[in-house]
Design a binder for this molecule. Structure first.
Ligand SMILES: *Cc1c(COP(=O)(O)O)cnc(C)c1O
Ligand code: SF4
Length: 431
């Protein structure tokens, strides 16, 4: 299958645009001027149900929606587009709007390590055992998710974390023996040609790093371009490369991003999963919980059951990040926990490898264990699944129950305490 991308510049050429009114197409243009917009022929032809497109999860996930911007912002951009505003004028306004949408959540800049007096801009190291690597060639995606917090990387160059050097990665790994996992991330590293994967993986293998146990690849390609692992010209080479890494005793884990069971149903994705598993690749799945997309327990239960039947291991349910179009997708922490629990209840133990619902916040990944009542006070029971300080992990803590809270920032410590147990240490770490 030949990949074809659709963006603001050519989406009107899609034959399916006949289903949209002129107003709907204009809305895509207005919102897509601020938020990233890119889709492709697989999503359009094989995932979206055009008979019911306005409610279709993949349509909403790829095509910008009216309510993803505030009314004031929408009207302003629309006026600029329809008036005689110059390109520069539009770009300047858009830049201002984007900066207000918290383009760089969870303090990512403080994850960038300093090494031998230099900031390693293509690396993030937040949790002791895991290093994130942003290969330059993997900083785009086969299609953009409308909720994504990586969008400034596609839209504003200032936030590009990518780097070119495999050598720096190897050196950093060697001098940090706690690191067992390298997670290739982006964007979507699976947009890279196999020869780039080969260069990075060979560097890792040649260096023979005893602490390196897992190479992970965070990717949406199984969901939005499964042909990457089947008919793309270098698909076979990629699978052979994975197999070779695995045979050298390093686990290759594909951290697959699936938002909805509809992504598991096409022939292409089924074949891609089979081929990856046959090559010895472990596939784990993660997704944010998103209003209008997957905010029902049944959807998650089906997703996990279907995944496990295909050989995929459910891994994380995330809370949608506090960035971009968060309001459009936000589910309250209280509801998130209920959805998680009701889905978890419906599946057998083999699906219960999943963890969540979890917020990726600046101090760490915070799980909502549940709502409880202690000494007559209603509280959220919380727990770090990952922490900037590993000693925070696995220690329950409590916040005042707040039915409207959608993020850690909305929570206050329970029982009249002034701060959460980790806050002083966290401030010190950041200083
Ligand atoms: C989620 C995340 C990881 C991976 O954590 P795991 O719990 O091991 O999957 C690593 N680094 C950052 C910055 C993360 O947000
Ligand atoms: S594929 Fe991943 S990085 Fe790309 S837009 Fe979607 S969530 Fe963001």
């Amino acid at each position: 299958m030949t990949y074809k991308a659709y963006t603001l510049h050519n989406f009107r050429q899609l034959p399916q645009m006949k289903f949209l009114t002129e107003e709907q197409k204009l809305t895509i243009e207005v919102v897509g001027t601020v938020l990233p917009f890119k889709t492709n022929n697989y999503v359009v032809d094989e995932l979206i149900d055009w008979d019911n497109f306005e409610k279709d999860p993949f349509y909403i996930l790829n095509f910008p929606q009216r309510d993803m911007l505030s009314k004031a912002t929408f009207d302003k951009v629309k006026m600029l587009l329809q008036g005689n505003a110059s390109r520069t004028e539009i770009q300047e306004e858009v830049k201002k709007i984007r900066l207000k949408l918290n383009p760089n959540p969870a303090g990512q800049e403080s994850n960038v390590p300093e090494f031998k007096g230099k900031r390693l801009t293509g690396i993030q190291h937040k949790y002791r055992e895991i290093m994130l690597f942003f290969p330059t060639q993997g900083q785009t995606c086969h299609a953009y998710c409308t909720f994504c917090f990586r969008w400034p990387q596609f839209a504003l160059n200032d936030f590009k974390f990518a780097m070119k050097e495999a050598d720096t990665m190897v050196e950093y790994l060697k001098s940090n023996p706690h690191i067992t996992d390298v997670l290739f991330t982006g964007g979507d590293p699976a947009v890279m040609q196999t020869r780039f994967f080969e260069a990075y993986f060979n560097a890792l293998l040649d260096a023979d790093i005893p602490n390196l146990k897992n190479i992970r690849i965070g990717t949406k390609s199984l969901g939005y371009w499964p042909y990457r692992f089947t008919t793309d010209a270098d698909a076979d080479d990629l699978l052979r490369l994975f197999k070779r890494v695995k045979e050298r005793g390093i686990n290759v884990a594909l951290m697959a991003h699936f938002n909805h069971p509809g992504e598991l149903k096409t022939e292409a994705v089924k074949l891609a999963v089979k081929r990856l598993i046959a090559a010895g690749v472990q596939i784990r799945s993660q997704s944010p919980l998103l209003r209008n997309i997957n905010d029902k327990a049944e959807i998650w239960a089906e997703n996990w059951k279907e995944q496990v039947a295909m050989g995929i291991i459910p891994y994380y349910m995330f809370i949608a990040r506090n960035t971009g179009a968060q309001d459009y997708f936000a589910v309250s922490l209280n509801r998130a926990w209920q959805i998680y629990r009701n889905a978890y209840n419906q599946v057998s133990g083999i699906c219960r490898t999943v963890k969540g619902p979890s917020m990726s916040c600046n101090p760490g990944k915070v799980q909502i264990n549940g709502v409880s009542e202690i000494n007559g006070k209603k509280v959220f029971v919380l727990n770090f699944l990952q922490g900037r300080d590993p000693s925070w992990v696995g220690k329950p803590f409590f916040a005042k129950f707040n039915p409207d809270a959608i993020w850690l920032d909305d929570l206050e410590p329970a029982f009249g305490e002034n701060s959460f147990f980790f806050e002083d240490a966290f401030m010190e770490l950041l200083a």
